[in-house]
Every structure is written in C-alpha cells, then in structure tokens.
Design a protein around this ligand. Sequence first.
Ligand code: KG4
Ligand code: ZN
Length: 339
Amino acid sequence: MNLILSIESSCDDSSIALTNIDTLEVIEHLKISQESKHCEYGGVVPELASRLHAVALPNLLEKLKPYFEQIKEVAVTTHPGLSVSLHEGVIMAKAVSSFLGVPIIGVNHLMGHVYSLFIEKQEQLPILMLLVSGGHTQLLRVESFNKMQILATTIDDSVGEAYDKVAKMLNLGYPGGPIIEKMAKEGSRDRFAFPVPMQNSPLVAFSLSGLKNAVRLEIERLGEGITHSNKCDIAASFEYAVIRHLIQKSKKVFKSDASRYFAIVGGVSANSYIKDNFKSLCKEFNKELLEVELKYCSDNAVMVGRWAIEAYKNGNINTIEDINVKATKRLNVGDLLEL
Ligand code: KG4
Ligand code: ZN
C-alpha cells in the first residue's frame, strides 16, 4: 500500500491518520480530544493545548509504527490555528518526513475542512460551501484543491464562537455547540425575539457579535433566578436567529451561483437543525446537498490527508525547510484561500 500519514493539531484535537493514496481508503484514524481539559476554563487555553499535544501526538504515532515502510508522504496542518498547537504537529511531521525520507506537504486547515466532504470519495466540483467552525464563517466557491474563493465572510465572530460564548454565559461548559443544540430542542424559539443580524443590510456578510450581546443582556435581565427552562428558551431563540441570518445571507449567493452542489463543512455542520434548514434551501434552488460524515465534521487528520493526496498528485510538495507554522492574513471577499 502507498500511504499518506497526516497530522492535525491546530486547536484542541490531537489527530493522526493513515490513508491509502491510490484508493482513498482510510486505514487508521486516531484522535485524542482535549475538550474535557479545557472545559473548566470555558474555552481553549493555547499553552495547555500545546502541552497536551506534545504528549498525545507521539503516543498516537507509536501505534502506527507497523505501517512506517508503506508511508510515501507526510502531511501536516500549518495554518490557520493556535501557533503553539500547530507547532507540535509541524515538529513531528518534519521528524517523520526526515526519518523516512519522504516528501512533506503543508496543509491549510480550512482546505482540509473542505475536503472532509471527499473522504473515501472522488471530488464533486465545482461546489458552493458554507464553512462554519470555531474560528471561521465563510461562504466559498470551490473549483479545485487549490482554488477556493471567499464569497462572504464574518465581519466579527464566527458561528461556532457565538455558540461557545452563549454556552459560557449560561455556564453550560465547552464546546457550546452541541450543548446549545440539545437544549434548543427542549426550548421555545419564540420566547425571546433576538435580532436577526444585518437583516436590513444589502451586504452579503455574516455578523454574530450583536446577537451575542442581545443574548448577554437577556441573561443579565433574568439574573440569578434563571432556570433550566429559561436557558432552553434562550438556546432555541438564539439558534433561530442564527439560522435565519445564515439562510438570509446564503440565499443572496444562491441566487447568483450556478453550481450543482452545496455543502456545509466545519464543526458547526454537525448541527442537524442548521443542516435541515439548508436542505430546504437547496431544494428551493435545485441544488444537491452533499453531507460530511458526522465523525469528520470536527477537526481530524483524515481531512488533512485527503486534501494532501490531491496536492501530492498535482506535484504540490514542500521541502522540510519550507514547512513552518504560517501566520495568516485576514482575507476578504474575492480572495482565494492561501496554500
Ligand atoms: O471545526 P471545528 O472542530 O474546529 C475549528 O476549526 O474551529 O469546530 C469547532 C466548533 C466549536 O465552536 C463548536 O462549538 C462547534 O464547532 N460545534 C457546533 C456543534 N458541534 C460543534 N456548533 C453548533 N452545533 C453543533 N452541534
Ligand atoms: Zn476546524
């Protein structure tokens, strides 16, 4: 077998995978999530994340020793992410590449999320995508592995960040997304009339900070006496405002986009309420909704390896000296994601 070893450590998940370069079959997918360690802080603490990666990654790699002779290339996330966390993966990738004498490929984490859609599958391109994670909220038009254009982006917080912050304000723990989604199912979405962001603006952009503040004010108003039922209603009303915002702005892009396929990728794409609403939008615009397998919605090394297989086949290989944690520029509408 010709295998690619891929490493992901951009935030709080230590993950390593092996994928067959020729058949795209996932051979191994190992992941240690640090969520419980960061939970008491209500968010990811970078130095703690980096220390935990330094212990977890070598332990995971040890398990893959029997495959070493079959590894033909190494891929690692180099940007964007927490630099101290990325560093741990990059150091290990360089060591393995040098030890085995195989090429190394640096991967943009966002391009990895895009390719989470094509794990164990051929690409279906061009495609319109909504990338919603803890760090990013972007509508992208994806033409190929190295041509992904930003059509809309958030002007402040990302969607995942808003879920996490609302959960933190309600003392519900981290990550907030899955908890808020669960509580929203028990609550009433009409209880609080939170504002739909940028509802009257012609801009095709996202914004979550105003909504987050409206939620904060309501929590303050309820004060000490806030009940579980109040929290469920806040979760449901918040999620209802989020989905109306995402659909309203995406609809503007759907109207002018001719691609046959649409997908939601990134950690927030695990949310079934968001997915169901986009299913209806796709129906209205005659687009086919492609779905990422639930286990690949959040950060993982398999998506990093899947993107790198395309890069490898197209000769997009780096040298060990080239590979470093990259600082990322703020990108605007019209820009291409950077390799
Ligand atoms: O892609 P990801 O694993 O990491 C980043 O690249 O940021 O996304 C993590 C984000 C977190 O903010 C988390 O709260 C959110 O995805 N998330 C969700 C759900 N599951 C995870 N947000 C809403 N609903 C969910 N079910
Ligand atoms: Zn991610």
